[in-house]
Design a protein around this ligand. Structure first.
Ligand SMILES: Nc1nc2c(ncn2[C@@H]2O[C@H](COP(=O)(O)OP(=O)(O)OP(=O)(O)O)[C@@H](O)[C@H]2O)c(=O)[nH]1
Ligand SMILES: [Zn+2]
Length: 356
């Protein structure tokens, strides 16, 4: 019989040591959660007192370990979200168009994974900026990023692409693969270990389902046919899921991963761009803006060829995007706080009036 350890549970998740019944979230539906427990699969709801009234717990997401009140005859109740060792979040604009945001929140879309497979195909989809963005998000997640270049069978100069990507994937390993020919697949064995959770990050059509099926040795995800000439694909992954393969490897593929935001990614950007930040603090002026100041280490490194100008541009673009999200969130938090303060003072004023 399967245990929760087979689903990636390790004692560190149990740091609170409550001795309760644990489960892992395998899918998130509108109001309910699919869970795997030592007793098998079950459906559960959130315990309202904990999640909606006291609001002490973070809402669970796919991959989360949770504590439950198990009900063998019906729906179980989720009572606690255990601390996460890694997570991906998206910016939740709560149904508003991005330009008319009223609320912006962090929404976690996957949790507790060991590796992030950043997937991009070696045909039309290839886009270095997107890889850099994914890398920043992956470093931020707390897991280990691995760059997977798919459909290696479709191009002749694989090594050239790999070399290009290695320059921008600072600190991450790059693997070209083809599920059609089996090319490069043996190199993935390093990550495909029992109890390890892998999350796939990549646009529609890059071959996430195809890789999952190849690793599973059977069809566990739907593969949609796309026309290779223009890379037009259909959205095929329809609900969040976590799958345990016969090999003991766990795969997470959720649609929320397609809209990952730049939520608090400063550390991730620093890790992904250590080659850029390496020059910081080396300018003549300590408050250098790296624009036209004399003795600027960044400009110097670009001129001497030590730092490719595209890397600097990518760095600035990602920083700007992250700052926009942060500003917006801070502004709205502030507005919320002001609103609450106003309500409180109004209430106190009314109370005072009543007393006098
Ligand atoms: N030539 C070639 N085609 C591949 C390879 N891997 C996947 N494909 C094709 O690419 C298309 C899309 O593959 P999927 O696995 O559905 O891609 P996906 O990333 O899961 O797409 P979504 O589910 O829409 O996110 C299919 O037609 C696959 O047959 C490969 O290694 N080589
Ligand atoms: Zn400078």
């Amino acid at each position: 019989m399967l245990t929760l350890n087979d689903y990636g549970f390790v004692p560190q998740h149990d740091s609170l040591n409550t001795g309760g019944t644990y489960a892992r979230v395998t899918a998130v539906h509108k109001q309910r959660f699919s869970l795997i427990t030592e007793q098998g699969e079950c459906l559960a709801r959130l315990k309202p007192g904990v999640y909606y009234i006291n609001c002490t717990e973070e809402f669970p997401t796919t991959g989360d370990f949770v504590e439950i009140q198990y009900n063998p005859n019906g729906e179980s109740l989720i009572t606690k979200t255990l601390p996460r060792k890694s997570k991906f979040s998206r910016n939740d604009f709560s149904g508003h168009a991005a330009g008319f945001v009223k609320t912006i929140k962090e929404q976690t879309v996957a949790a507790n994974f060991d590796y992030v497979f950043i997937m991009q195909s070696l045909n039309h989809d290839f886009n270095r900026r997107r890889i850099e963005r994914y890398l920043a998000q992956a470093w931020q997640s707390g897991a280990i990023p691995v760059v997977i270049l798919t459909k290696a069978d479709l191009i002749a100069d694989v090594a050239e692409y790999v070399a290009q990507v290695e320059k921008i994937a600072v600190g991450a390993t790059v693997h070209p693969i083809s599920v059609k020919t089996g090319y490069g697949m043996e190199a993935l064995a390093n990550y495909l270990k029992k109890g390890k959770t892998i999350v796939f990050l990549g646009s529609s059509g890059v071959g996430k389902s195809s890789l999952a099926n190849t690793l599973a040795g059977k069809e566990v995800m739907l593969v949609s046919d796309i026309r290779e000439e223009d890379s037009k694909g259909r959205h095929t992954t329809t609900h969040r899921q976590l799958i345990l393969l016969d090999s003991g490897v766990i795969i997470i593929d959720t649609p929320g991963m397609r809209e990952l935001g730049m939520w608090e990614v400063d550390e991730g950007i620093s890790e992904g761009f250590s080659d850029v930040e390496h020059f910081f603090g080396k300018c003549r002026f300590s408050d250098c803006k790296h624009q036209s100041e004399p003795g600027c280490a960044i400009k110097g490194a670009i001129e001497s060829g030590q730092l490719p100008v595209e890397r600097w541009d990518s760095y600035l673009a990602l920083k700007k995007e992250a700052a926009f999200v942060e500003d917006r969130a801070a502004y709205l938090r502030n507005k919320d706080a002001q609103h609450v303060a106003l309500k409180v003072s109004e209430r106190q004023r009314k109370k005072g009036e009543k007393r006098s």
